[in-house]
Design a protein around this ligand. Structure first.
Ligand SMILES: [Zn+2]
Length: 239
């Protein structure tokens, strides 16, 4: 069953065996950091799972980004000068977060590997989107956003490469479902998260704090996602 991609611990406890249910998988939980990872069968691709309603997505993104005011960003939506803080979103999808960030006074850049979604974001919302991180010009970045970090097999490597672009003191904003979120605790063994293809890893707070530490980040604040029940928004700062 391999090693935990967050802390390197081998093995773990089988916490969900859904092989008899169509479309569900087996999950192992790390004894050290409690991060759950899927073992066979791994899905061929992971659906994005974001809302189809672009209007609702933009409003939710705006609500989220407006909260960054509390940590010193997003105040400049009326004033286009001095320089606007730079925001990079990895996995920018339909561009809702980028357009909300633009409206709130950021200079937003997105990375979206799906060419169709990238084209939709560019064409409909007029935002700047690249298809790979390596194509984004290297410049001092104030805020990095990663929606549904649980989609990625190796979040340590992903976050580390994103953090290397951040200014010291810059922010990382992560959204993800946490298994120790009260709404997910309440569903227990019938937790629907075990059955979806969307997530490669499922975190509890222990594993998440380990991940932030390994990526050189200090936790800053967190709140419930404005529109997705059971999901958390975590804000961390580059040390
Ligand atoms: Zn672990």
């Amino acid at each position: 069953m391999g090693e935990c991609p967050i802390c390197g611990q081998a093995g773990g406890e089988l916490v969900w065996d859904g092989r008899e249910l169509e479309g569900s998988r087996r999950w192992v939980r790390c004894a050290e950091c409690r991060t759950a990872r899927d073992i066979e069968p791994a899905p061929a691709s992971r659906p994005v799972g974001e809302p189809l309603d672009l209007h609702a997505a933009i409003l939710a993104a705006d609500e989220l980004i407006s909260r960054l005011q509390g940590v010193g960003y997003g105040e400049s939506w009326l004033a286009r000068s001095p320089a606007r803080p730079m925001l990079l979103e990895y996995g920018s999808g339909n561009g809702s977060m980028l357009s909300a960030a633009d409206w709130r006074g950021f200079e937003p850049v997105g990375v979206e590997p799906d060419p169709e979604r990238a084209a939709l974001a560019r064409g409909r919302l007029g935002v700047l989107v690249f298809e790979q991180l390596a194509a984004v010009p290297v410049m001092p970045t104030d805020v990095v956003v990663v929606d549904r970090l649980s989609r990625y097999d190796n979040p340590v490597a992903l976050l580390t490469s994103l953090v290397s672009r951040l200014v010291v003191g810059g922010l990382v904003v992560i959204t993800l479902p946490l298994l120790d979120h009260p709404l997910h605790r309440a569903s227990g063994q019938m937790n629907p998260l075990w059955c979806t293809d969307e997530h490669a890893l499922l975190f509890e707070r222990t594993g998440l704090s380990r991940l932030l530490l390994r990526a050189g980040l200090l936790p800053e604040c967190s709140w419930h996602h404005p529109s997705r029940p059971g999901e958390a928004v975590i804000v961390a700062r580059r040390a």
